[in-house]
Write a protein that binds this ligand. Structure first.
Ligand code: NAP
Length: 490
């Protein structure tokens, strides 16, 4: 199946933080891939901006190295890379100082889309928005792309929204959550709303529970300083996992349009019940001494500066949604670092048939619709069938598997990365896959009391071994409800 590529309108894209890690690993290689795919018109220009002094050629070298490092060798076409690099330039600017802004203004062209990617720390978002207006660099149709984290609580998110609103209309602000750019996540909406098969079953009558897992095998590594101020709840649950939960739980929007979709997501967030502390398990990974041929592993506390830190590197929660559709259906969320496998998955576990005509109940499994975000984006629906052969009526579970790379007849590397898809949406002016200000605030309004609760109680996270599936107590969270977590498989 060949996917259709429709070129976007001509644009000037300024990447503030154009020399940073995110630009190098994701944004710039992603733009190169869109160029290769034929989606970038000839008139597209990309301008890197940061404090470091360098000229256009030095920046092109920086981008060329990034392509070399992060794009598979099969896509290194010298002529194409040269043509892509010709669209790039660089301006040295400090978000908090003068200098460079007039140069940047001079590079902006009339009659093309202007987009400004704020790939810098959030403390600079306000200053950048102000400078873009002060110097008349942004016009009424310009778009700004804002990276996470969007605040660390309701008060800071509100303050940030207020600052941005002083300079830009909500229709110009693109709060990025790269989970929403994943092929699978969008497919979740297609599966729900473009098929008549699932929607009648998508409710408390037929769904037993939902599990959302985002597991990593790495620790906090070099990001310890940043991570320790955040923790798994702020870093993963409040944004990415909340977005996934919304897409599963929301009502069908009347149209696939930005505000129609975001209105429905907002209703879900507002319907989330407060989470009692017995429905939360927090953990911190332990270290491991060196053993025969195996290197020692640092603990979370070795990885961060504060030796008494109570920040969680793992969290599991049981979440309820107080509305008609989901009354009584638990959504179990878990995410953590240094776990057994690197995997992100949403699993809808359906109820068992009301009565077994086959008798051998222990042979049945519930039907599960598993939506994998990584690795191997795809979906699997497990169904029970008769075991082949003449051995009588024995049941077995088989997966109906749809791995997108296979289904698209591609090698998997052609599935656009979330960032490149989302950047193209910014140029197209489509906000459907971006978070609206009120959504972010509602998510913090639900998150804040949960965090305040454990801070007030002075709870310590439970220890768990690296390479395990998290703290023992997290298993109990489901066991006590007569359920179990799906196995963590990479
Ligand atoms: P980073 O590697 O520290 O890069 C920061 C960038 O900002 C650099 O280009 C830096 O260049 C520039 N910068 C710093 N101070 C500046 C100033 N006063 N004026 C203008 N430019 C300035 O950070 P990053 O990892 O790329 O992250 C960027 C943003 O994306 C952050 O908000 C982060 O939370 C978010 N994010 C990152 C990732 C990731 O994987 N890296 C993932 C999700 C979200 P100079 O020092 O030359 O100015």
């Amino acid at each position: 199946m060949v996917s259709r590529v429709i070129p976007v309108d001509p644009f000037d894209l300024v990447i503030f933080g154009g020399t940073g890690d995110l630009a190098r690993r994701k944004i710039l290689p992603g733009l190169y891939r869109r160029f290769l795919a034929g989606q970038m018109p000839d008139e597209a220009r990309i301008i890197g901006a940061a404090r470091s002094e360098m000229d256009d050629d030095a920046y092109r070298k920086f981008v060329s190295d990034a392509i070399e490092e992060f794009i598979p060798k099969s896509k290194h076409d010298k002529a194409q890379i040269k043509e892509f690099l010709a669209r790039l330039s660089y301006v040295a600017t400090d978000a908090q100082a003068e200098g460079g802004w007039e140069t940047l203004k001079g590079l902006m062209r009339d009659g093309v889309v202007r987009a400004f990617y704020f790939s810098v720390g959030p403390s600079l978002f306000g200053a950048l928005a102000e400078k873009l207006n002060e110097y008349g660099i942004a016009d009424a149709d310009s778009r700004i792309v804002v990276e996470k984290p969007f605040g660390r609580d309701l008060a800071s998110a509100r303050a940030l929204n207020k600052t941005l609103a002083e300079h830009f209309d909500e229709t110009q602000i693109y709060r990025i959550d790269h989970y929403l750019g994943k092929e699978t996540v969008q497919n979740l909406m297609a599966v729900r709303f473009a098929n008549s098969l699932f929607e009648p079953l998508w409710n408390a009558q037929h769904v037993d529970h939902v599990q959302i897992t985002v597991a990593e095998t790495v620790g906090v590594g070099g990001r310890g300083g940043y991570y320790d101020k955040s923790g798994a709840m702020r870093d993963m649950v409040q944004n990415h996992m909340m977005q996934l939960l919304c897409l599963i739980a929301m009502e069908p929007p009347y149209k696939f349009e930005p505000d129609a979709v975001r209105d429905e997501k907002l209703k879900v967030i507002r319907a989330l019940s407060p989470v009692p502390h017995e429905d939360i398990v927090r953990g911190q990974y332990r270290g491991r001494p060196a053993a025969q041929g195996v290197k020692a592993e640092p603990s979370y506390l070795d990885d961060v500066e504060d030796p008494h830190s109570r920040t969680e590197s793992y969290i599991a929660l049981k979440v309820g949604i107080a509305n008609w559709r989901w009354q009584g259906v638990p959504f179990y969320l878990r995410t953590g670092k240094k776990l057994r496998a690197r995997t992100s998955e949403i699993a809808i576990i359906f109820k068992e048939p009301p009565h077994s005509i086959f008798g051998e109940e222990d042979e049945w499994r519930e039907n599960v619709l598993a939506i994998r975000l990584q690795p191997d984006e795809g979906m699997t629906l497990s169904v029970m069938i008769k075991e082949p052969g003449p051995g009588g009526m024995r049941l077995t579970e088989v997966p109906l598997d749809m791995t997108f790379a296979d289904a698209l007849g591609e090698d998997g590397t052609d599935i656009p990365d979330a960032y490149e898809r989302l950047i193209m949406d910014v140029i197209r002016g489509n906000q459907t896959l971006f978070m609206r200000g009120d959504e972010v605030e509602a998510a913090w309004a639900w998150t804040d009391p949960i965090i305040e609760g454990w801070e007030e109680r002075g709870d310590r996270p439970r220890g768990y071994d690296p390479g395990s599936s998290g703290p023992e107590d997290a298993l109990m969270l489901l066991h006590r409800d007569g359920r179990r977590w799906r196995e963590l498989r990479g």
